[in-house]
Design a protein around this ligand. Structure first.
Ligand code: COA
Length: 254
């Protein structure tokens, strides 16, 4: 079974994360496929919107920790960075349906979505520091901007999760629904977008994002360089090894 399902109908491309046995953790191959799909969708005049979704019980456990341990993953132009560039510059509306845990990039990719429909079981977390890492996806800029420094510090420095109500309050999420309804709502909203004139959608999204486009692009690169460096350092290696061995990390020597 493929780790990603792609379905195209009615002017909407729907990407479903389908790696349930690993809680929809993103592999490099998944990043690369989604980045390719985004690039293709951007240039396809028949596609007006893209939906990204997981499962009713889990959106995504974030980056695959085994891939993190692989040192070659530290390369600057990684598939993850290509994915982040593609999602942050995608010109058409991005819709997400999010239920259950959305960890790491599972949360930060949502900062680049336009409409996010959350199940009432959604839990968002950005535990980069707990893994010896730093924020990505320009979340070091976008999280404080959306949540204020204090709440962003709880999420980014302490790695504390926040729930759907908070996500709604800060505007990360557009609406909260029962988990069984999130995907259908995302689909309905995307089909509404598909019936609207594409040029007007693209121009509206461009104008809405204009004030932060340059800072997001720059921050992605700066975070990417720091992230790549931290990935190879002892604290991160200890965190990844501990996770894979199902034990608590010991940072006393890192
Ligand atoms: N990378 C690789 N494997 C992962 C993973 C990840 N990010 N997240 C979960 N898995 C694997 C587990 O190792 C486990 O594999 P196994 O069955 O071979 O032992 C399987 O997926 C199920 O995970 P488990 O932790 O048992 O599920 P859970 O329902 O108890 O918890 C999460 C779900 C998402 C809360 C938990 O898996 C988790 O915290 N994952 C890590 C999140 C993380 O730190 N991501 C990186 C962010 S930068």
């Amino acid at each position: 079974m493929s780790d990603l399902l792609m379905d195209r109908s009615g002017g909407v491309l729907t990407i479903t994360l389908n790696r349930l046995e690993k809680k929809n953790a993103f592999t490099r191959a998944m990043y690369a496929s989604i980045a390719d799909a985004l690039a293709q969708a951007d240039g396809d005049p028949a596609l007006h919107a893209l939906v990204i979704q997981g499962h009713e019980t889990i959106f995504s456990a974030g980056n695959d920790i085994g891939d993190f341990l692989d040192r070659s993953a530290a390369a600057q132009e990684s598939p993850a960075l290509r994915f982040l560039r593609a999602i942050s510059t995608f010109s058409k509306p991005l819709v997400a349906a999010v239920c259950g845990p959305a960890v790491g990039i599972g949360t930060t990719l949502l900062f680049h979505c336009d409409l996010v429909y959350a199940g009432d079981n959604a839990a968002f977390s950005m535990p980069f520091v707990n893994l010896g890492l730093c924020p990505e996806a320009a979340s070091s800029h976008l999280a404080p901007q959306l949540m204020g420094h204090g709440r962003a510090a709880e999420a980014l420095l302490l790695g504390e999760p926040f729930l759907a109500e908070t996500a709604l309050e800060i505007g990360l999420v557009s609406r909260i629904v029962p988990p069984s309804e999130a995907a259908a709502l995302a689909q309905r909203q995307a089909l509404k977008l598909a019936a609207k004139p594409l040029g007007a959608l693209i121009e509206t999204k461009r104008l809405m994002k204009k004030s932060q486009a340059a800072v997001v692009a720059e921050r992605l690169l700066e975070e990417g360089a720091s992230f790549a460096r931290l990935l190879t350092e002892p604290a991160a290696r200890e965190a990844f090894t501990a996770f894979l061995h199902k034990r608590k990390p010991d940072f006393s020597k890192a």
